[in-house]
Ligand binder design. Structure first.
Ligand code: DP6
Length: 325
């Protein structure tokens, strides 16, 4: 049987996905827009045996328990149903992140798994079909099939919910600086956190409606290369997501004290006249959106205020097969 290794890069949402309209089909409450990063990625190798049985999942060299393999197993069942392959799978995945600072992501994990597993099963899906399949593993993975900037159209059924690349103005060369704050496991997973916010936060409908409005506006701003608009939409979406979490029942937040310090530092960099806009996901690390022209000055200005390690990212490539044996 074929053994296929695929590589997919992590993406960071500029307009956030933070809630499901249909948890079974993994349809999101709103469309979202992201930037795939070159510095963070997962390499995943999949092979199917001839016989049926339990799937095996080895993550960063450690064999995972049946409970930890459950989500992978369910996803592989979708691949088996689609391709007709019936045997058990062995999945080996390695996360490539500069250090263990909580930056491993389900976006790269399920995008790499979708590509490696379908190829190992002998199927060749189009990028759009792969995006739809990756969605079933993790919402954010929908966008990691593509390099650079992408929009995930929320859609209304399995067919219509997929991502596609978004063109950016030739003058625009985005960069993202990750401010590494903490490597602890998150207290509330993104899956549980968003479900709680959808179910209980009175701010959630406002977050989702604003994101749905801002997603096409962000696409237009990217096409025009309007950095100020891009940055303002980016900060608004992140802050509204985190605001909605604080209004959930019971309330929760991914902000650590150092997160606020970093956010204030980004603000100071911008007040000094540099393009620098903060975003943040289901963990305390802050990511700063800027452009290639200003990234060195932004990094210097952040270093002057913060002791944290900084990782500079450029747009990353689309998911691809890197080895077949
Ligand atoms: C804050 O894609 O991890 O990164 O679909 O339940 O697997 P599931 O959630 P996940 O959530 C990502 C949330 C986010 C925002 C985003 O990537 O759009």
């Amino acid at each position: 049987m074929l053994k296929v290794t695929a590589r997919a890069h992590t993406n960071i949402a500029l307009i956030k996905y933070w809630g499901k309209a249909d948890p079974e089909l993994m349809l999101p409450a709103n469309s979202s827009v992201s930037l795939t990063l070159d510095q963070f990625y997962a390499d995943t190798t999949v092979s199917f045996a001839a016989e049926t049985g339990n799937d095996t999942f080895v993550l960063d060299g450690v064999k995972q328990s049946p409970a930890a393999t459950q989500r992978i197993h369910q996803f592989l069942d979708l691949v088996r149903a689609r391709t007709g392959v019936r045997g058990s799978a062995t999945v080996r995945s390695v996360n490539h992140v500069p250090n263990a600072a909580g930056l491993a992501s389900s976006s790269s994990a399920f995008a790499a798994l979708a590509l490696a597993a379908t190829r190992a099963a002998g199927a060749e899906l189009s990028p759009r079909e792969l995006s739809r399949l990756a969605r079933r593993g993790s919402g954010s993975a929908t966008r990691s099939i593509f390099g650079g900037t992408a929009i995930w159209h929320k859609g209304h059924d399995d067919d219509s919910s997929f991502a596609e690349p978004v063109p950016t103005a030739p003058s625009l060369s985005l960069r993202m600086v990750a401010i590494l704050i903490d490597d602890r496991q998150k207290d509330v997973s993104s899956r549980d956190g968003m479900a709680r916010t959808v179910a209980t936060s009175p701010y959630f409908p406002v977050f989702a409606a604003t994101a749905e409005h801002d997603a096409p506006a962000m696409v237009a701003a990217l096409a025009q290369g309007d950095m100020e608009q891009i940055g303002q939409f980016t900060e608004r979406s992140a802050m509204m997501m985190h605001g909605a979490n604080m209004a959930a029942e019971p309330p929760f937040t991914y902000f650590a004290p150092a997160t606020l310090t970093a956010w204030a530092a980004v603000r100071a960099v911008r007040d000094a006249g540099l393009p620098a806009y903060a975003t943040m996901d289901a963990g305390p690390n802050v990511k700063v959106l800027t452009d290639a022209t200003h990234v060195d000055a932004v990094v210097a200005a952040l270093h002057a205020q913060l002791d944290n390690e900084l990782v500079v990212c450029a747009p990353g490539p689309a998911a691809s097969v890197i080895d077949t044996t």
